[in-house]
Design a binder for this molecule. Structure first.
Ligand SMILES: Nc1nc2c(ncn2[C@@H]2O[C@H](COP(=O)(O)OP(=O)(O)O)[C@@H](O)[C@H]2O)c(=O)[nH]1
Ligand SMILES: [Mg+2]
Length: 333
């Protein structure tokens, strides 16, 4: 007889007890969104425990995954239980590569390590958004909360690029790490993308390549400039720059030490609480925007269809129709 499908609370209990497959299933629900994702979030909310959330961003190919792999290895050796959420905004260009990654990572994630290869105390999961751009803003905080509730700490969120979504995702972390490399005008790109403002730690990776010191100098200059114009983050914190060569396993120890130092700084200045509050605010705003958008769609299809039709036939103006629909919406809520 086929095993009965487990309920969300059953899956959640199993995941908290260390069952990787159950956690994988819950993450899939979170990724899909909707009422099931909300149910998971409710459960996780009660048990989440303030894991250190570390965001890592940088251009594709900068070496983020290589670095994260090093960091995770170090963390596990030090007795920690880290989780990695690799965020892949779906892209038609890189879909194939992402899919390849995804299968490999999920394989590890849900079935546990192949003998002698992977460490069981870490969980790596890639998450795609299936095209809707709002998806990330909703799913990432839920996934992070779930990892936290299941005892993972730190939770490392790796993004693939340096667009607005990535800046938002990483900017919502406790510690935002921006990875750059020599020779691609990375410092200038990062500046344009608004990453200088959200970065807490800079890593110049591939320091084994020529030009690493040039990137460092460019970045230093830009940080000086933002300091002079008063854009530097409050409490006298200037994001440190760490040189690394992730492929050779050089610099990762210093990267993590710098990340820990940043957390200590957040705590010492009371900013950890402020960041957490901002994170909740951002999450609530994203959820509210989604709920309003859903309600608007439903209103145009349902109760408000008549008003919409009157606007379509030019009997009333779009403005009037909108106001009438809005009044209906607010009455209902
Ligand atoms: N030369 C050099 N190559 C590196 C270093 N770190 C990573 N790479 C290589 O850069 C490529 C992209 O690395 P990956 O970690 O997948 O980058 P991501 O796209 O930022 O996650 C891979 O071929 C890595 O082996 C490094 O420190 N030095
Ligand atoms: Mg990567």
């Amino acid at each position: 007889m086929a095993k009965a499908k487990r309920s969300i609370p059953e899956l959640y209990e199993a995941a908290r007890g260390g069952e990787r497959r159950a956690l994988g299933r819950l993450l899939t629900l979170v990724e899909r969104g909707g009422p099931d994702a909300d149910a998971v979030s409710e459960l996780a909310h009660a048990d989440s425990d303030g894991a250190h959330i570390v965001g890592i961003t940088g251009a594709p190919g900068a070496g983020k995954s290589t670095l994260v792999g090093q960091l995770v290895t170090d963390l596990v050796e030090a007795g920690a239980k880290p989780a990695v959420l690799a965020v892949d905004p779906s892209s038609p260009l890189t879909g194939g590569a992402i899919l390849g990654d995804r299968i490999r990572m999920d394989d590890i994630a849900e079935h546990g390590p192949a003998p002698g290869t992977q460490r069981p105390s870490t969980f790596i999961r890639s998450m795609a958004t299936r095209g809707h751009s709002g998806g990330l803003a909703l799913a990432v905080p839920l996934a992070v909360r779930l990892f936290d509730a299941c005892g993972y700490d730190p939770v490392i969120v790796e993004t693939v690029g340096v667009g607005q979504v990535e800046v938002d995702v990483v900017g919502a972390a406790d510690t935002a790490v921006v990875v750059m490399t020599p020779g691609m005008g990375d410092a200038v790109q990062a500046n344009k993308a608004g990453l200088l403002e959200v970065a807490d730690v800079f890593v110049i990776n591939k320091a084994d390549r020529p030009g690493a010191n040039d990137v460092r100098r460019d970045l230093d200059l830009m940080l000086d400039l933002s300091h002079m114009t008063g854009q530097e983050s409050e409490h006298g914190y200037r994001p440190p720059i760490v040189m690394a060569s992730a492929l050779k396993g050089e610099g990762n120890v210093e990267v993590w030490k710098t990340v820990e130092d940043h957390r200590a700084h957040l705590r010492a200045t009371g900013q950890e609480t402020i960041r957490r509050q901002n994170r909740i605010r951002t999450e609530v705003r994203a959820r509210l925007a989604q709920a309003m958008s859903n309600a608007a769609e439903a209103a145009m299809d349902g109760e408000g269809a008549a008003q919409l039709h009157r606007a379509e036939t030019a009997e009333i103006s779009p403005n009037e129709a909108t106001n009438e629909l809005l009044r209906q919406l607010l009455r209902e809520s």
